[in-house]
Design a protein around this ligand. Structure first.
Ligand code: R5P
Length: 321
């Protein structure tokens, strides 16, 4: 066993959760062979976040899982910050914020004058609340890691998503990046599947709409697999799917790490030419009734393994790819 893999534990391991994705917390806890920690995370009558940790955490190695997203994204983020504060004041030895989906990550740069860089503000808030480190999956831009002045373990879901498509003949498929910013991600995915790459260039018209500008690559007669970090309204993928079909793709599927699916998105994607949409459970799963187009692969095993390794002070980098 190398030094990087020699376990050195830091007090008992505890896993707490906010209200954003309790199903994922349960699966991760199961993978670790523990019960989720006892805590109250609710609201005072005036709407303020109320948190109480209901067990002893003194000297413990504590993980708090929260994926802020949806209508109450800010309340959910606040819940995470307040839980971290409560744990710090209760003398937890080390606090890792497990944030499978990092909110505000798309606001990582200014696109016009007088705009904020909210991803940086969120990183500051998490560290200021008292997190010792962060564990996350597929941040919108890898450079966001540098916004944190605490260690960040940044896992990738691509190996899990690729497994879903391994049954397809590599000769028959082409991996497609739905925008220029995603080319590196798509190229790595292409390598995993041993196939070719095409690129769609889009421009954003507004928060809810995009337009395809151009496409490069050969897709005629192929099964096209679009890969993105996240699906929100679905506009990016549906726009790309239309151009791929125009250029002769026989079947278009899509996968992404995070399925945000604001109201209307699931219906929009159900009515689209996309044959299949695969996401992970970093965010709550789409209702089963929504249609057989949607498939979910779980990140729980990889999160549990990362937590185990962090707890034992073993290398996590083996899980990055
Ligand atoms: C943008 O750069 C992201 O990678 C996604 O392509 C985008 O967030 C998807 O949003 P929508 O589904 O609303 O087009």
């Amino acid at each position: 066993m190398s030094d990087l893999d020699r376990p050195r534990e830091e007090g008992p391991l505890l896993l707490f959760s906010g209200n954003s994705n309790p199903a994922l917390t349960r699966k991760v806890a199961q993978g670790l062979g523990i019960e989720p920690g006892q805590a109250l995370a609710g609201r005072f009558p005036n709407g303020e976040v109320q948190v109480r940790i209901e067990e002893n955490v003194r000297g413990a190695d504590v993980f708090v899982l929260q994926s802020p997203q949806g209508e109450d994204v800010d309340g959910s983020l606040m819940e995470l910050l307040v839980m971290i504060d409560a744990l710090r004041r209760a003398s937890a030895r080390r606090i890792t914020a497990v944030i499978p989906y990092l909110p505000y990550a798309r606001q990582e740069k200014k696109t016009a004058g007088r705009e904020p860089i909210t991803a940086k503000l969120v990183a500051n808030l998490i560290a200021t609340a008292g997190a010792s480190r962060v564990l996350t999956i597929d941040m919108h831009a890898p450079a966001i890691e540098g916004f944190f002045d605490i260690p960040v373990d940044h896992l990738r879901a691509a190996p899990l998503l690729a497994q879903h498509f391994l049954g397809l003949d590599p000769e028959q498929i082409v991996v497609v990046s739905p925008d220029v910013g995603g080319v590196e991600r798509a190229n790595k995915f292409r390598q995993r599947l041993g196939t070719t790459l095409a690129i769609v260039a889009k421009q954003r018209l507004g928060p809810q709409s995009t337009e395809v500008v151009e496409m490069v690559g050969e897709v005629k007669g192929k099964i096209a697999i679009l890969i993105d970090d996240q699906i929100s309204t679905g506009s990016t993928l549906v726009g790309a799917a239309s151009v791929l079909i125009e250029r002769g793709a026989v079947d278009v599927r899509a996968c992404a790490t995070h399925g945000l699916f604001p109201p209307g998105a699931v219906e929009y994607l159900c009515d689209s030419p996309l044959e299949e949409i695969v996401v992970t459970d970093t965010l709550p799963e789409v209702d089963e009734g929504a249609g057989s187009k949607f498939h979910t692969v779980s990140v729980a095993p990889v999160l549990a393994e990362a937590i185990r390794r962090i707890h034992q002070n073993r290398s996590v980098s083996a899980l990055f790819d």
